[in-house]
Design a protein around this ligand. Structure first.
Ligand code: F0G
Length: 456
């Protein structure tokens, strides 16, 4: 008989959770303008806002923190970091940054610009913002099946290769400086991309002479899904799958706050010497000297060790199963979620749960606030609040209204997750009583972080 998949670690250090009541939380969230990014984290009981930088480090990573060497140039911690990155992603140049968006900022400053176009399966919000900040256009080319939350398919992060070919035929390499694939596809539900799709995208890029880059934040989770779902990979080592992915691209941007199992860090890696030179020059302006970039020696050590741990099969089996456990329980209780369950998060389909709330009254925000008041759970709206605002000031509904329950790595236990399920069930049972919101105050871009809302 198949046994419960246990957390493949013991807990050695704990952080207390402050218990609050629904009445206290109703007051706290009103003071925060009904924006969960504006809460004090101490007022949150289960924090599923993001899986980014929120994981628990291992004893070996903390040992690495002690070993961190803080030399300005040529630190041994840098060489350990560079070696760990290249063991999985053997690109010629590795450029360390303080987090993923710093790598994006540097790369798109060099490659972007007015009348440029950057295709991606789906841009994450910082990636889109960094592309658009240069005046370039960010185009999402996800296959249509990736946009249907209820459809169960193995690789809903796959790019629409025919659409990419059309775009490159029309605009060519003069206008399209790079093609991106995001693994796993965070904004599209944490869904994986198949190796078959990566190969097809590679062929189209080669045909048009355009480089291919990965936004590789959750590369190990993507590789585990390939192992589980793609024919021919069931017996492969995840490390080899990652290397096979890496070999298809010319470079990558990375946030070590996800599959680096670290609390901070990132990098840009690439093969092109000239592009690397331009990127390093920018790195020195905004991040630091090329052997530490935006990081201290101790961060470099933590990431190097994290990269060894994240590809362990025991870890990935537990990681993907524990996310699936939450999703399966919600499906069993009739809560509509994005299917199949992604790697790092469960996405509740707020459009389906709250059909009476129109998109421009933000059903995802309404659900996220209700989960907080009911159970102290912090989630994240990924819908019209996040994607509905355009640079020209107009607003349109997003394709999906999702609420993301992102699971920090190695932090919460099964009983925490059981509690989350109970809270979601209670909110779902009174879904028809929830009301929408209007935006009372918002900045011109990235409004989901700071906007203030008012209940309708
Ligand atoms: N790309 C993807 C796919 C991401 O999910 C993120 C961050 C980034 C780039 C930027 O990396 O935060 O290190 O600058 N995602 C976090 C999230 C913030 O909550 O999904 P960063």
């Amino acid at each position: 008989m198949a046994r419960t998949i246990i957390e493949p670690f013991r807990i050695k250090s704990v952080e207390p959770i402050r218990q609050t009541t629904p009445e206290e939380r109703a007051k706290l969230v009103a003071e925060a303008g009904y924006n969960l990014f504006q809460l004090h984290a101490d007022d949150v009981m289960i924090d599923l806002l993001t899986d980014s930088g929120t994981g628990a480090m291992s004893a070996e990573q903390w040992a690495g923190v002690q070993r961190g060497n803080e030399a300005y140039a040529g630190s041994p911690s840098w060489f350990r970091f560079e070696g760990a990155v290249k063991a999985l992603f053997p690109y010629k140049h590795v450029i360390p940054t303080h987090q993923g968006r710093a790598a994006e900022k540097i790369l798109f400053t060099v490659l972007g610009g007015p009348d440029k176009i950057v295709p991606n399966n789906t841009h994450f919000d910082t990636t889109r913002a960094n592309v658009e900040f240069t005046g370039a256009q960010a185009v999402d080319l996800l296959l249509p099946e990736g946009k249907d939350p209820a459809l169960v398919a193995p690789f809903k992060g796959d790019m629409d290769v025919a659409a990419l070919d059309r775009l490159l035929t029309e605009h060519g390499k003069a206008k399209v400086p790079v093609v991106f694939i995001t693994v796993t596809n965070n904004s599209g539900g944490g869904q994986p991309v198949s190796l078959q799709n990566m190969r097809a995208v590679r062929e189209v890029c080669t045909k048009h002479g355009v480089p291919l880059f990965f936004d590789a934040c959750r590369f190990a989770e993507n590789a585990w899904f390939i192992r589980e779902r793609e024919p021919g990979y069931a017996d492969k080592d995840v490390k080899d799958i990652v290397r096979e992915m890496a070999a298809l691209a010319d470079g990558m941007t990375m946030s070590a706050k996800k599959d680096g199992l670290a609390n901070m860090g990132g990098w840009l890696a690439l093969n092109d010497d000239d592009l690397a030179l331009q990127c390093r020059n920018l790195l020195i302006l905004t991040e630091g000297f090329p052997t530490y970039g935006g990081l201290s020696g101790r961060d470099l050590e933590a990431i190097a060790q994290g990269l060894e741990e994240v590809v362990h099969h025991d870890y990935l089996q537990y990681r993907i199963r524990s996310t699936g456990y939450l999703g399966d329980k919600l499906v069993a209780s009739g809560v509509p979620i994005m299917r199949p369950v992604g790697g790092h998060a469960v996405y509740i389909d707020a459009k389906a749960l709250l059909p009476h709330i129109p998109a421009l009254e933000y059903p995802g925000q309404a659900l996220a606030v209700a989960l907080y008041v009911e159970g102290g759970i912090r989630s994240c709206e990924i819908g019209t609040v996040m994607f509905g605002q355009h640079p020209d000031g107009t607003e349109t509904p997003a394709a999906m209204e999702l609420v993301r329950l992102a699971i920090p790595r190695r932090v919460y236990t099964q009983s925490h997750v059981d509690y989350v399920v109970e809270v979601v069930q209670d909110v779902a049972a009174r879904a028809k009583d929830l009301r929408g919101y209007r935006i009372a105050e918002a900045p011109p871009a990235l409004r989901h972080f700071t906007a203030r809302f008012a209940p309708l």
